[in-house]
Design a protein around this ligand. Structure first.
Ligand code: SF4
Length: 254
């Protein structure tokens, strides 16, 4: 559907509503409600939990020590803030950085879902427990949250989701930074499709309607570095045409 208004205009309107929002009690203690920032045409859409004190005062996203960790992680893969979209699940500061309440997530989450609808990113990247739980519950329609999802690409309701730890975790536990960095680097893989896709049997099977789209989205246009076919191809090892990206065999083919 073509909209009369551009993405920029629609987000600006949403931001104006957000700035004066009084739907939950957090408006009483905030200085600024923080709108999403970045590239409105981005493929990567980061979702943090909520603004901290520095962000609340300055009226902008990811400043202070947490912003520094995020900038370091992004610099490792040459990813610039201007090429991604960033927003929060909760748009106003949580007093004493307490956990968000269910009613706050429900009322504020509506703004987040509108932003996703407008930006239409290819990858949603929720950061930390609350943003991940909200997104998985919304898109996967079941409570499937576990730490196993961190750093793993998921495909639910035609949306690719890549949950990561929140950058603030590195401030509390510096040992975790290395694992965060490894998970973050996977975003580099997502930047381009698998080099074997044009000649891969999976492309042919998908185009003939024999293969579920999830395989193409999760591997060929997602995490191709984890594809068993890709790994065997790179090592020059035999693999049957009907081998799926996870190493299992596609049934029903002659
Ligand atoms: S199935 Fe694997 S090797 Fe083939 S295009 Fe997809 S990611 Fe690449």
């Amino acid at each position: 559907m073509t909209h009369l208004f551009s993405k920029e205009e629609r987000l600006k309107k949403l931001c104006a509503q957000l700035k004066v929002c009084t739907q939950c009690g957090l408006h009483n203690s905030r200085i600024n409600a923080i709108c999403g920032e970045g590239n409105v045409h981005a493929r990567f859409f980061f979702i943090a939990q909520a603004p901290g004190e520095t962000e609340d005062v300055a009226g902008s996203m990811f400043l202070g020590p947490t912003g520094k960790v995020l900038d370091e992680l992004m610099a490792e893969i040459d990813l610039e803030r201007s090429s991604v979209y960033m927003t929060n699940l909760i748009k106003c500061r949580l007093p004493k950085n307490r956990k968000p309440k269910t009613e706050e997530k429900n009322s504020c989450g509506k703004y987040l879902l509108r932003e996703i609808e407008i930006v239409k990113p290819e990858f949603l990247i929720p950061l930390g427990y609350h943003a991940t739980k909200f997104i998985l519950t919304r898109y996967c329609r079941e409570n499937i949250l576990s730490s196993d999802f961190v750093g793993k690409l998921i495909y639910c309701s035609t949306q690719k989701i890549y949950p990561l730890r929140h950058p603030s975790a590195a401030l509390y536990n510096p040992l975790i930074k290395q694992a965060m960095s490894l998970d973050f680097r996977k975003i580099s893989v997502f930047r381009k499709p698998c080099k074997w896709y044009p000649t891969c049997p999976m492309k042919k099977y998908f185009e003939k309607g024999w293969l579920d789209k999830k395989w193409v989205e999760l591997y060929c246009k997602g995490d191709w570095a984890s594809c068993k076919r890709y790994q065997l191809e790179e090592n020059g090892q035999y693999h049957p045409d009907r081998m799926l990206p996870d190493g299992s065999l596609l049934n029903g083919l002659k």
